[in-house]
Design a binder for this molecule. Structure first.
Ligand SMILES: CC(C)(COP(=O)(O)OP(=O)(O)OC[C@H]1O[C@@H](n2cnc3c(N)ncnc32)[C@H](O)[C@@H]1OP(=O)(O)O)[C@@H](O)C(=O)NCCC(=O)NCCS
Length: 328
C-alpha cells in the first residue's frame, strides 16, 4: 500500500451541464473498467434525471481529484424512508491510495439526516472488498446474463410457446388504461416476491398514480417500456418488461418477470418472455441493439434455466451490499 495522498473532494452542481456530464463519464469509467458489454446511463438520460428529480429525493454528486487530476467519483440518491443507493468509483490506475475511502466518508457526511441504510452495487472483487472494509455486509448476489442481438427470427419462431387458457397482451410505453390496475397489483407483488437476500426492501410501488408518474419520468429520460401481461381466463397472473433507451439502444435490459405463485411451472414465464421479445421487433430503436441483458438471483434455478434456453449466457456477478449510514 502506498501512503495516503491528498485527495480533494468537490461537489458537482447537477445544474451545471458540463460538470454533470464529466461526473457521469468519470463514474462510468471507474465503475465499468474491465467489464464486457457494460451498460451505463446515457448523457441524455442523466440530464433528464437531474433536470426533473423525484420529489423529496436527496442527490449527492462528488468528484475526487489527486494533484488536480480527476481520479474518482461518487453518486448517491436517497428517497425518504428507503435505503440510499451509493455508487463510488476510482479509475483503475489510481486505486488503493485511499480515494475510495475519502469519497465514501464524504458521501456519508452528505447523506447524514437523509438516510439510515446505504446500499451499493459492484461487479468486482475490489468493490466487495472495499464495501466490506466500509463496514457493509453482502446482502444479495445476482448473475448478469447477456444475449447477443438481434434475435434470430427462426430460432425464436421454433421456440414460440403458448399455454392453454393464457392470453399474452403486449404493448410499448404506458399501460393501457384497462390493464393498469392489474399492472400495479403485480408490480407490488414483485416488490414483495423478488429474491433480495438480506437486503432491506424498498417501499413498494403499487399506487396507480405513482405508476403513471414513473412511466412519464421513464419516458422523459428516453426509455421505451416494452411490456407484456399474461391473462389466465381474464385474470392477470404475470408480467414482463424490457427497457429500451432511445438515446443509447446498444444494450437492452430485460427487467422484471413475475408469474403469480399459484400459476408457476406451467410455462407462463416462458410464453411471456417470448411474446415480449417478439413485441420488441416493433420498437424501431431496438433494431440497433447489440445485446440484451438480464439479472437473475444466483439461487433462482427455474429463471436461470429459462434464460439459458432463450440464449442468455452468464457474464458477471452483481453483488449488492448494505450497511448503516453511520458505518463501521
Ligand atoms: C471499489 C473502489 C471504489 C475502491 O477504490 P480505492 O480508491 O482503490 O479504495 P481505497 O484505496 O480507499 O481502499 C480502502 C480499503 O478498501 C479495501 N479494498 C480496496 N480495494 C480492495 C481490493 N481490490 N481488494 C480487497 N480490499 C480492497 C481495503 O481494505 C482498502 O484499505 P487498504 O488499502 O488500506 O487495504 C475501486 O476499486 C473501484 O472503483 N472499483 C470499481 C467500482 C465499484 O465496484 N464500486 C463499488 C464500490 S461498493
Amino acid at each position: 500500500m502506498t501512503g495516503m495522498a491528498a485527495v480533494q473532494i468537490t461537489p458537482v452542481d447537477p445544474a451545471d451541464r458540463e460538470a454533470l456530464l464529466a461526473w457521469n463519464a468519470l463514474l462510468r469509467d471507474g465503475f465499468n473498467a474491465g467489464r464486457e458489454a457494460a451498460w451505463w446511463a446515457s448523457e441524455e438520460s442523466v440530464l433528464a434525471r437531474y433536470g426533473d428529480p423525484r420529489p423529496g429525493r436527496t442527490s449527492v454528486l462528488l468528484v475526487a481529484h489527486l494533484e488536480g487530476t480527476p481520479v474518482g467519483a461518487a453518486g448517491a440518491e436517497a428517497d425518504p424512508g428507503d435505503p440510499a443507493e451509493v455508487e463510488i468509483s476510482v479509475l483503475p490506475e489510481h486505486r488503493r491510495r485511499g480515494v475510495g475511502r475519502a469519497l465514501a466518508a464524504a458521501v456519508r457526511e452528505a447523506l447524514a439526516g437523509h438516510a439510515e441504510i446505504v446500499q451499493a452495487e459492484t461487479y468486482s472483487e475490489a468493490g466487495v472488498g472495499f464495501a466490506l472494509a466500509q463496514g457493509m455486509r453482502l446482502g444479495n448476489q445476482e448473475l448478469r446474463l447477456l444475449r447477443e442481438m438481434p434475435l434470430d427470427r427462426e430460432a425464436m419462431a421454433g421456440a414460440a410457446s403458448s399455454v392453454p387458457g393464457v392470453e399474452i397482451r403486449t404493448w410499448h410505453g404506458a399501460c393501457p388504461e384497462e390493464l393498469v390496475e392489474d399492472w400495479a397489483r403485480l408490480t407490488t407483488q414483485m416488490d414483495a416476491d423478488v429474491p433480495m437476500g438480506d437486503l432491506t426492501r424498498p417501499a413498494s410501488r403499487g399506487e396507480v398514480e405513482e405508476l403513471r408518474r414513473d412511466e412519464q419520468r421513464m419516458d422523459d429520460q428516453g426509455w421505451t417500456l416494452v411490456r407484456g401481461l399474461a391473462l389466465l381466463e381474464g385474470a392477470a397472473v404475470g408480467y414482463t418488461e424490457i427497457f429500451v433507451s432511445r438515446h443509447d439502444p446498444e444494450i437492452l435490459t430485460q427487467d422484471d418477470t413475475l408469474v403469480d405463485r399459484a400459476h408457476r411451472g406451467r410455462g407462463i414465464g416462458r410464453a411471456l418472455k417470448l411474446a415480449n421479445l417478439e413485441n420488441l421487433r416493433a420498437v424501431p430503436e431496438a433494431a440497433q441493439a447489440r445485446w440484451i441483458q438480464t439479472y437473475t438471483a444466483l439461487g433462482n434455478a427455474p429463471m436461470l434455466a429459462l434464460n439459458r434456453s432463450l440464449g442468455f449466457r452468464e457474464t458477471d456477478v452483481l453483488s449488492i451490499l448494505e450497511g448503516e449510514l453511520a458505518g463501521a
